[in-house]
Write a protein of this length. Structure first.
Length: 454
């Protein structure tokens, strides 16, 4: 995903920025991130590429970019990190009007870096470069989960506990363990993650992109484990909690972080900002997990967690960058009803820009005449509207696990690559319809072209 043209970029230090704003007659508004000192002489701009050939004013591109940055109407903040790197970076995307250009703005050690982006496509490409979304192979995801803050924090802590157990087993040259979890273990893992800086670990990476403080969940790991059990990610046997297959795969994925990002969408009104939506992105070695925050009320915060492919993740990024019209000022959020455990897992309504089957709510392509999952005749919805809810990823059967060590098995494997146990090979489904030759989606039970059942 590459733009056809290179966006216009320029850099200014603090003095040059102040002089450029003064030369253009611009005064940064309270909602702007351009906080400058009194303007020095315009002589500091001599020799830079931002002046016209005559040297009496700013070029049109520079003035347009500074005008948007000084008085933005819409802002999208992107905070991102490469796993294992202690430095977090932040980019601010601003827009002065609904149909106007975008301006990307970053600051480092007193230097401001600006990029004038003519459309949302350019801005989406830039976000993709930060988070590496299109580096993922396209594949369907699974059912979304809704967790309270305690359950979400317990999940990150459990992922780190699983990673710790694996590393210890590897150093001891022992077989991979089937860990059990207790509130005390997760509390200890949470405290370690909150005080650490290595962003290859889930708690450490996730705490800086959460809109609320994960330390608020301290002392609530009993409720967190109960929430994971309700969501189908944990199971309790003889007083001990262990992962279900879905929970094991999710925790394994979070133990392989590559990029972590947080996207906050904001609008300005009456000289201040108000937050419209907040999303956390975990780009892992084999999956993309999105955490869309539904409510943020300290301990009462709730989050929707689901796996997405690169296409759906980019669709969500673009919707955040290019909403259709500014919303009204939202009323103060009401705290959810107090309860002692996380809400149960729910299947949310798919976003309107994802075509779905009217019978089973499975995903269908524009060219499908029949649903690949249930075989029903497809009636596609009209052109999608705005982005009211987060995209629900389509369901997919989770890959098989080794019966001995519970490690994930490759398709068709006869032996587990972790412990060497012999396993029955997984049958390989057909990739093309034998009747019409159409390429089949993974896990399809019906052909989307002719409706043939397999």
């Amino acid at each position: 995903m590459t733009p056809m043209l290179t966006p216009f970029r320029f850099q200014l230090n603090q003095e040059q920025l102040a002089a450029a704003l003064s030369l253009a007659g611009l005064q940064p508004q309270p909602e702007s991130e351009l906080h400058v000192t009194p303007a020095p002489s315009a002589a500091v701009l001599q020799g830079t590429s931002i002046l016209t050939p005559e040297g009496h004013g700013l070029t049109a591109e520079v003035e347009a970019a500074l005008r948007v940055a000084a008085s933005p109407q819409r802002l999208v903040s992107v905070l991102f990190n490469r796993a294992g790197t202690p430095v977090w970076k932040q980019a601010l995307f601003t827009q002065g009007s609904e149909n106007g250009p975008y301006v990307s703005q970053t600051a480092k050690e007193g230097t401001f870096d600006f990029a004038l982006l003519p459309s949302a496509t350019y801005a989406t490409v830039l976000v993709d470069e930060m988070l590496g979304l299109t580096a993922m192979a396209a594949k369907p995801g699974g059912t979304p989960y809704v967790l309270w803050l305690s359950g979400y924090t317990a999940l990150l802590s459990a992922a780190d506990a699983l990673q710790t157990a694996r590393l210890k087993a590897r150093l001891a040259r022992a077989s991979q363990p089937q860990p059990t979890f207790s509130p005390e273990l997760l509390e200890d893992q949470l405290n370690q993650g909150l005080s650490a800086t290595d962003t290859r670990w889930a708690v450490t990476a996730g705490r800086l992109v959460a809109p609320t403080q994960l330390q608020l969940a301290r002392g609530q790991m009993t409720e967190g484990l109960a929430g994971l059990q309700d969501a189908g990610l944990m199971i309790r046997t003889a007083g001990e909690f262990t992962f279900t297959q879905a929970g094991y795969l999710l925790a394994t994925s979070l133990g392989q972080l590559i990029n972590t990002g947080g996207i906050t969408q904001m609008f300005t009104a009456v000289d201040r900002r108000f937050v419209v939506s907040q999303t956390t992105i975990f780009r892992c070695a084999a999956a993309i997990w999105l955490a869309v925050w539904l409510t943020v009320q300290e301990q009462e915060a709730t989050v929707q967690l689901f796996e997405a492919d690169a296409t759906n993740a980019l669709q969500m990024v673009r919707r955040l960058l290019e909403p259709r019209g500014a919303p009204e000022m939202p009323p103060p959020p009401q705290p959810p009803k107090k309860r002692d455990m996380a809400p149960p897992r729910v299947r949310t309504t798919p976003a309107p820009d994802l075509n779905t089957c009217s019978r089973c709510l499975g995903p269908v392509d524009v060219s499908d005449k029949f649903c690949p999952r249930c075989g029903a005749a497809v009636s596609l919805p009209p052109e999608p509207g705005a982005f009211p809810v987060s995209p629900a990823a389509p369901s997919q059967a989770a890959p098989a696990l080794c019966p001995q060590c519970q490690g994930p098995l490759k398709e068709g494997a006869r032996f587990c690559r972790n412990c060497g146990a012999a396993v029955a090979p997984t049958p390989v489904p057909p990739t093309a319809c034998p009747n019409c030759g159409r390429t089949l989606k993974p896990g399809a039970k019906f052909c989307g072209g002719c409706g043939l059942k397999f």
